[in-house]
Design a protein around this ligand. Structure first.
Ligand SMILES: Nc1ncnc2c1ncn2[C@@H]1O[C@H](COP(=O)(O)OP(=O)(O)O)[C@@H](O)[C@H]1O
Ligand SMILES: [Mg+2]
Length: 257
């Protein structure tokens, strides 16, 4: 069996009386798109936040390449190569596209200008941003010096996805990246997800959109009541059965497990 790149074992996360994660497991295999589906409140975002250091679980462990890791902040996870696009989009609207791409890891000018005066290498960042966005095929963004607030929802999301795709060296995680987008914009984001996989990076994709999930996912993790209820092969189960397992209307059939 191939060793998972990223694993969660028995994660528990409580918020006061609410148990968001009740012993959740997850396995992400090399090079795959793993979709995570589940009803509202099933603990999908909590699971992802634990994997990317945004929340520290009360119990359980996370393993990267089979080695236990403990992320106390998102920076820890990013340093380990895990990039995340959160459900609530985290871009800085008044900054330009290049600045958003490099948020938190700005390039400095060479020499004392950068090391002592902390001056930013804006041209370098714009050039690099243009390269990254071109590589991801976001042709509609002409000028990386354009402020993000002037972009459409889809283009903003593309910047967030591009940032994750550009800097994720091990794993890219996306929490409902198309939830607020139109049909065409969703398509562009889905194409980016596929391109990330083509580059050999595994992706965890949380989505409510079953046609999207069934189109791109290699495997589907079904989250229910804070736990992994099943992992199914989208080629051997129908969308309606996957949804029925998700809502508890149906048990997991043996051939889908
Ligand atoms: N910061 C928080 N404070 C209190 N309760 C929370 C918090 N985050 C999540 N929860 C609760 O935990 C449960 C799981 O939430 P979440 O992980 O966001 O689920 P999902 O992403 O599947 O909709 C929900 O009942 C939610 O209300
Ligand atoms: Mg969520």
């Amino acid at each position: 069996m191939t060793e998972p790149i990223l694993q969660a074992r028995g994660l528990v996360k409580r918020y006061g009386r609410v148990t968001a994660l009740a012993g959740a497991d997850l396995d992400l295999l090399p090079g795959e798109i793993l979709a995570v589906i589940g009803d509202n409140g099933a603990g999908k975002s909590s699971l992802i936040k634990a994997l990317c250091g945004a929340v520290v679980p009360d119990e359980g462990e996370i393993l990267l390449d089979g080695i236990p890791v403990s992320f106390s902040t998102p920076v820890d996870a990013r340093t380990a190569g895990i990039e995340t696009v959160h459900q609530s989009l985290a871009v800085a609207p008044s900054l330009d596209i290049a600045a958003n791409l490099f948020l938190g890891r700005e390039l400095r000018r060479k020499g004392v200008l950068g090391s002592v005066l902390r001056m930013l290498d804006r041209n370098g960042m714009r050039e690099e941003a243009k390269k990254q966005l071109d590589a991801l095929g976001i042709m509609t963004i002409q000028n990386p010096g354009q402020a993000v607030e002037t972009l459409s929802g889809g283009q903003r999301q593309a910047v967030a996805v591009a940032r994750a795709a550009a800097f994720g060296s091990r794993v890219v995680i996306m929490d409902e990246p198309t939830a607020a987008l139109g049909v065409r914009e969703s398509r562009a984001v889905l194409d980016l997800v596929l391109q990330v996989r083509e580059r050999g990076l595994p992706v965890i994709l949380i989505s409510h959109n079953m046609p999207h999930v069934f189109e791109v996912a290699d495997r589907v993790h079904i989250q229910r009541l804070g736990r992994r209820k099943a992992v199914v092969d989208p080629k051997s189960i129908s969308m309606s059965d996957a949804v029925a397992i998700m809502t508890g209307a149906m048990e997991v059939p043996e051939e889908a497990a």
